[in-house]
Design a protein around this ligand. Structure first.
Ligand SMILES: Nc1ncnc2c1ncn2[C@@H]1O[C@H](COP(=O)(O)OP(=O)(O)OP(=O)(O)O)[C@@H](O)[C@H]1O
Ligand SMILES: O=P(O)(O)OC[C@H]1O[C@H](OP(=O)(O)OP(=O)(O)O)[C@H](O)[C@@H]1O
Length: 213
């Protein structure tokens, strides 16, 4: 039986910390940080294979069993609602998912009085659920990036987006008016792999749990 474990690692802003985390439990994926166009990294001595995946695609690779494990932001998990085992909060990549609007509109605005909103976001599912739970009718406009631009050019009045330093909101004259969720990075596991490779995967989960405290 092939005992190699496949891990989906997201490229982008959580790549380096993901690799640092695995190194702390003795899995050295540092070759992935080299400037390269390779997408599969084999580590036969460690019985590990790592895939470089776009952050939003990690749940898909893990759900389909192309990867046994993956690392992904909670924002992506909330949006996609895939059938995955999510055993661990890895406690990095902290940010918040918020509703924001132009500072001028925020002055005197009361989110508890909203009845209808027009919102641009990369997270239509989360936004829909958030407003539905408040009984607010929401017209959602799906965007893929530069979300803060939408209210500045009249595409929407408000946005749902991630905030970490707050600098992007500030530089574009926007204010946070509601927090939807606190976001961190999570370990996700394919449900079948959890059974067929229980010992190996349990070892990784326990190892990570021990160092995360
Ligand atoms: N300021 C931030 N903005 C966006 N994501 C952040 C921020 N801080 C932490 N994160 C976390 O980093 C994860 C990966 O973000 P990254 O920007 O690399 O990918 P992405 O642009 O969301 O995905 P994709 O490239 O597939 O569209 C996010 O899903 C989120 O959990
Ligand atoms: O609070 P801050 O530290 O300013 O970070 C928040 C910004 O970072 C993310 O955008 P990203 O850099 O991923 O670019 P994008 O426009 O392509 O989504 C997010 O969508 C916000 O725009």
């Amino acid at each position: 039986m092939n005992s190699t474990l496949t891990i989906a690692i997201p490229k982008g802003r959580i790549l380096t910390e993901s690799i640092q985390l695995f190194s702390r439990i003795g899995i050295d994926l540092s070759g992935m940080l080299d400037d390269s166009r390779k997408l599969i990294f084999d580590y036969p001595d460690q019985l590990v294979r790592a895939l470089i995946v776009r952050a939003t695609d990690v749940p898909t690779y893990v759900e389909h069993g192309c990867a046994d494990l993956g690392i992904v932001g909670k924002d992506t998990l909330l949006e996609q609602d895939k059938d995955l085992y999510e055993p661990l909060d890895l406690k990095f990549g902290y940010c918040r998912m918020v509703v924001a609007e132009p500072a001028g509109l925020a002055t005197g605005d009361d989110p508890t009085r909203w009845t209808h909103v027009r919102v641009a976001t990369k997270y239509p599912h989360v936004a829909e659920q958030h407003f539905a739970a408040k009984g607010v009718q929401a017209e959602i406009i799906k965007l893929y990036g530069s979300i803060e631009l939408a209210p500045l050019v009249g595409l929407s009045e408000r946005i749902v987006d991630l905030v970490s330093t707050g600098e992007t909101l500030r530089q574009n004259g926007l204010c946070e008016v509601e927090t939807i969720a606190e976001i961190t990075t999570r370990l996700v596991v394919n449900r079948a792999s959890l059974k067929t490779r229980h010992q190996r995967i349990r070892g990784i989960i326990d190892g990570l749990e021990a160092i995360l405290g």
